[in-house]
Design a protein around this ligand. Sequence first.
Ligand code: SF4
Ligand code: SF4
Length: 186
Amino acid sequence: MICGMGKHTVRFRCHSCGHCCTDVVCLPTPKDVIRIARATGLHPKKFLEFLTPDEISEVSASDPTWLECDGQRYIMALRRGKKGCVFLKKKSRRCSIYEHRPILCRLYPLRIQEDRKGKFKGFTLHKSVGCPRYRDGVVEAAPLRKLYIEDCAHSDDYNDLVEAFNRDRDPAKKPKHFVKLFVKKI
Ligand code: SF4
Ligand code: SF4
């Protein structure tokens, strides 16, 4: 069944244009970081960076995942080079960690719609994310909803970790120390 709201399906097909992996900053959750580190054997410092508000204008000042230290705010992101995400393969321009990619990458460019009481209404496509939003395919909403619920649970855990980090008043604290709160030993 196809309905306008995207309760069961959303009209969309990814045409692998590469925009999202090249131009969009990906913000993983701590659980994403652990999964990627385990799968790749890489220490998170190899694939993470911490951006200041000047370096990422898309995240609002009220976002609960801003880390505070040095009198500055930072947000955890996948490291990027001139040609995009650190996990983008140079020649094929494909994701090298596709099976383990962050939830944000799995949901892009889809956006959940909720009613005033926060009840699930359906999925639609984000308007302002830069994806060409091709409508020539059909995406099932049920697995997306499962992912979204998983993402919410990740977000709660993430926010708790950020709160603990921001409570720590150690003057030697650096943004990279945030990773120590959830990565003990990979
Ligand atoms: S921007 Fe859209 S069409 Fe392009 S690769 Fe990403 S999801 Fe696919
Ligand atoms: S992790 Fe993979 S899917 Fe996500 S931005 Fe990087 S290359 Fe793209």
